[in-house]
Ligand binder design. Structure first.
Ligand code: 2HG
Ligand code: ZN
Length: 452
């Protein structure tokens, strides 16, 4: 075995350098089975100092690195393209006690969202970002991709939760800014630069995170509406009248059918509808009356079902949250995460299926997502050999509607060739200059975000 692997064993211990193909395999394919590549080896450091030493050793050997958290990413940024050292950060699992006065907590990058939520809730607080992959998604990966999820409407994306970061630069230097200061105008905001940089500038090892009030009184309404325009009318009414609104999600009949047969769920309504909206309100006191009042007076509502007990909340949410798994069970989808201004959403939804079948006649596009942000998850099944043409057609259509080709999943390897649809040549040139300044040898996550 080469000198580098020996050196890495000396840093993290022999059992945390995996070279055997069977041991590497779980790290080399993303869970959607769309991205796969073999790593030179998998290294599992257990501390920031070990990450730094591993990075120094790789830099000295000129060995490229791909960084992985919970491997729940959807754009192929966390699996190797081929031959990289795969740095898995799941052993960085320490959580410090919650600081109740600052309402902040410092955690290592490998802590899962579910563990963070449980820890915050035990202290009477909560974490502001929530998403369906909570049991495996890690804090480091979520910050690196600036993950969004179902509560962005209320608390913003992952970068809005960051009060401090610790990160290892591509030469092994450790940058630590975990102050948690709410006001701090002392120059470039390096933490915010690293949030959303998809592991191309540094490896995130620790984060100081803001926490939000724990709102135990929750109510969810699943609402049947005629279509996207009616969903937007309902959203406008909810935004104006529900101070406790914490989520507004959308899905359509074809997605509902897949979810129902996968999760064995009953039809939520006696009559089928053109679209379905999930509204959630959360407060210290029960928001049910406000929700019922809205549902009984908003013309867009065709039918609705409401729950406020734990089992009912889970049941109604599962119609929306089971989409990803239900679609995966039906095949390997081409996944595109996009957003457009809300004024363009209805037209985009109407045009998307035709744009897909024009390049892949056998394909079908399942749409669902975060209504409040105009964020659609376009999952295309049965694209066969035409996946790239489908991607191209969908992303061009989104750009034509003044949208973004990546709303909350990142660019990764999957969309790097299309970055210019959403960013100007000047912006991409500036990004390349930043990348070259921090990672002159291009060793961190090569091929991710910035096109070759
Ligand atoms: C969600 O909102 C996730 O459920 C996953 O962002 C989206 O599977 C997808 O395309
Ligand atoms: Zn999403």
């Amino acid at each position: 075995m080469s000198d580098l692997e020996d050196e890495l064993r000396g840093i993290v211990g022999p059992s945390h350098v995996l070279v055997d193909g069977d041991l590497r395999a779980p790290y080399e394919t993303d869970w959607t089975r769309r991205f796969t590549g073999s790593a030179r080896c998998v290294v599992r450091p257990g501390s920031t100092a070990e990450v730094s030493a591993v990075v120094r050793a790789c830099a000295a050997a000129g060995a490229p690195i791909v960084v992985q958290g919970g491997n729940t990413g959807l754009v192929g940024a966390g699996v190797p393209a081929g031959g990289e050292v795969l740095l898995s950060l799941t052993r960085l699992g320490r959580i410090e006690p919650v600081d109740p006065v600052e309402a902040q907590v410092t955690v290592e990058a490998g802590v899962t969202l579910e563990k963070l939520q449980a820890h915050a809730r035990a202290a009477g607080l909560d974490f502001g970002v929530d998403l369906a992959a909570r049991s495996a998604a890690t804090v480091g990966g979520m910050i690196a991709t600036n993950a969004g999820g179902i509560r962005v409407l209320r608390h913003g994306s992952m970068r809005a939760q960051v009060a401090g970061l610790e990160a290892v630069l591509p030469d092994g230097t450790v940058l630590t800014r975990l102050t948690g200061l709410a006001k701090d105008n002392t120059g470039y905001d390096l933490n915010q630069l690293l949030a959303g940089s998809e592991g191309t500038l540094a490896i995130l090892t620790r984060a100081r995170l803001k926490l939000v009030p724990l709102l135990p009184a929750r109510v969810v309404a699943l609402v049947a509406v005629a279509g996207t325009d009616a969903a937007l009318d309902l959203l406008a009414a909810a935004r104006a009248r529900l101070a406790a609104l914490s989520a507004a999600e959308i899905f359509y009949p074809d997605g509902l059918d897949l979810v129902r047969s996968y999760a064995k769920l009953p039809a939520p309504f006696t009559e089928p509808a053109g679209a379905y909206v999930v509204l959630e309100c959360a407060g210290r006191t029960d928001p049910t009356d406000d929700v019922l009042e809205l549902l009984s007076t908003c013309d867009a509502v065709e039918d609705a079902t409401v729950a406020s007990d734990r089992a009912g909340l889970d049941r109604l949410w599962s119609y929306r949250e089971a989409h990803t798994e239900a679609i995966s069970a039906a095949g390997v989808p081409t996944k595109l995460d996009v957003c457009v201004p809300l004024g363009e959403l209805s037209t985009l939804v109407a045009e998307l299926p035709g744009a897909v079948t024009a390049v892949a006649p056998a394909a079908r596009a399942i749409l669902f997502g975060h209504l409040n942000e105009g964020n659609l998850h376009v999952n295309v099944l049965d694209a066969g050999e035409r996946a790239e043409e489908v991607t191209d057609a969908v992303l061009r259509l989104v750009a034509a509607h003044r949208g973004s080709i990546s709303s909350e999943h990142g660019v990764g390897r999957a969309k790097a060739p299309w970055l210019a649809l959403s960013r100007t040549p000047e912006e991409i040139a500036a990004m390349r200059r930043i990348k070259a300044a921090l990672d002159p040898a291009g060793l961190l996550n090569p091929g991710v975000l910035l096109p070759h």
